[in-house]
Ligand binder design. Structure first.
Ligand code: AMP
Ligand code: GLY
Length: 429
């Protein structure tokens, strides 16, 4: 069997790792594979070249294409593949709007009574400013379009909120993503990332995870793509997961179908666990990064089977996933300067023992191989996942392994999983 993975970050490396375990005999292809995706054949096309990718897949007899990032999904890659009768895992363009248009997602939730923060959407500055004066701070201002995780400003003061709406609606900093803003009620609580596999009707929730979006320890400093993650999360009891499925995941999938945008693929619910129950912070139309790097290593049953079924337009009714009883934590190693400007092309050294398998898996994100050397090639360079019986032990092992990898200016957080460790009463991880 031939399988193509679109995308070349840490999430896609974890998808490759898991699918290869599920199908050891399969032949894997990746768009411009990073330095760690060994054994996969390079496809010399970018994720955005969707027509050319569809033609390539058809010509080469690829039986399954798995799309990692949101941009090609928002651009309609799944529609192009479906037009040619090709099996693709990832939602069509109209369904991907659940991520690519925050104003669509918010309005959908409102229409269908799915719990989320109160909000209004604006494309005119005076109206947005008047609304801010009415609601006051704290308040959250979001660029409606795709902004690579940088389009959200949590504002403690009204002045910050005025600046944010002016930057988005009046300025050029956010491009077209900021032509519309969503102004949201501030929610308090812990966040939880829940992935759900769905065929457009049935929903299978995966193991919930928690990620660390801020660059600095103790959740300080600017937001990033994600500096680490862990699973499982003890707050996510079976009762809470059942409630999330009942109140959020199933109604959202049903709402999308009802509105003529059937969502087939991976629905990622970013939730806030508030005093009044779980509420949606955002939806994504694809696997999360770096949550995938902790969720997939704990998945004992096949990922390939449900992905294939969904990609072929089949049903996952009655499907069950089996999970290992232990825990996983991942520590991201980022380039100096990230999430701002950073240098690339610096040599990376990974001790051979860490890549030998066992309880540590080094997922590559922004790396490339050149003449036998491994070089940095992105803001987030590696995600070092460790498996252990508890989150505290996994986090410690992940940190120790991350410390042993070297490149100039390496940044990492040494407090991955701190909330879970505190809950377990285990002191510092
Ligand atoms: P998003 O890109 O929508 O996930 O937002 C990025 C981060 O901003 C989230 O992970 C939250 O930490 C924070 N955030 C977004 N919306 C809210 C909200 N309504 N209340 C509190 N924090 C929020
Ligand atoms: N970890 C957050 C995201 O993938 O959007």
């Amino acid at each position: 069997m031939k399988i193509l993975i679109v995308g070349n970050g840490g999430r896609e490396h974890a998808l490759l790792w898991k699918l290869r375990r599920d199908a050891p005999g399969a032949e894997f292809f990746v768009t411009n594979p990073n330095g760690g995706m060994r054994g996969a054949t390079a496809v010399p096309l970018a994720p955005g070249e969707i027509q050319a990718l569809a033609a390539w897949v058809q010509a080469n007899g690829v039986e399954l294409t798995v799309v990692g990032p949101e941009a090609p999904l928002a651009a309609g890659i799944a529609d192009h593949f479906a037009d040619r009768g090709l099996a693709v895992f990832g939602p069509c363009k109209a369904a991907a709007e659940i991520e690519s248009s925050k104003s669509f997602a918010k309005a959908l939730m409102k229409r269908h009574g799915i719990p989320t923060a109160g909000f209004r959407a604006f494309d005119q500055l005076p109206e947005a400013e008047a609304y801010l004066r009415e609601v006051g701070a704290p308040v959250v201002v979001k660029a409606s379009g795709l902004a690579a995780g940088k389009g959200v400003v949590v504002c403690e003061t009204l002045d910050q909120a005025f600046t944010a709406v002016r930057d988005m609606l009046g300025g050029t900093a956010y491009g077209t993503a900021g032509a519309e803003v969503v102004i949201e009620e501030f929610m308090r609580g812990e966040e939880l990332s829940v992935f759900a596999l769905t065929d457009g009707t049935d929903v299978v929730a995966m193991l919930p995870a928690q990620d660390h979006k801020r660059i600095g320890e103790g959740e300080t400093g600017p937001n990033t793509g994600g500096m680490g993650a862990y699973a499982p999360v003890s707050l996510a009891t079976p009762e809470l997961i059942e409630r999330i499925e009942r109140d959020i995941l199933r109604p959202t999938v049903a709402a999308m179908a009802e509105e003529g945008r059937p969502f087939r693929g991976l629905l990622y619910a970013g939730l806030m666990l508030t005093e009044s129950g779980p509420r949606v912070v955002e939806f994504n139309c694809r696997f999360g990064d770096p949550e995938t790097q902790v969720v997939l290593p704990l998945l004992r049953s096949s990922l390939l089977e449900p992905l294939l079924e969904i990609a072929r337009g089949g049903s996952i009714a009655g499907a069950r996933l089996e999970w290992d009883p232990g825990a996983a934590a991942t520590t991201v190693l980022a380039s100096a300067g990230y999430p701002g400007d950073y240098a690339s092309g610096l040599p990376v050294t990974i001790p051979a023992a860490l890549e030998a398998g066992g309880d540590v898996i080094v997922f590559h994100a922004g790396t490339r191989g050149e003449d036998g050397a491994l070089l940095t090639a992105g803001g987030r360079v590696l995600a070092v996942t460790a498996l252990a019986p508890t989150v505290a032990a996994a986090a410690r092992r992940s940190r120790e392994a991350a410390e042993r990898i070297a490149f100039e200016g390496k940044q990492l957080r040494r407090d991955i999983g701190w909330r879970e460790v505190a809950r377990a009463g285990g002191g510092r991880a």
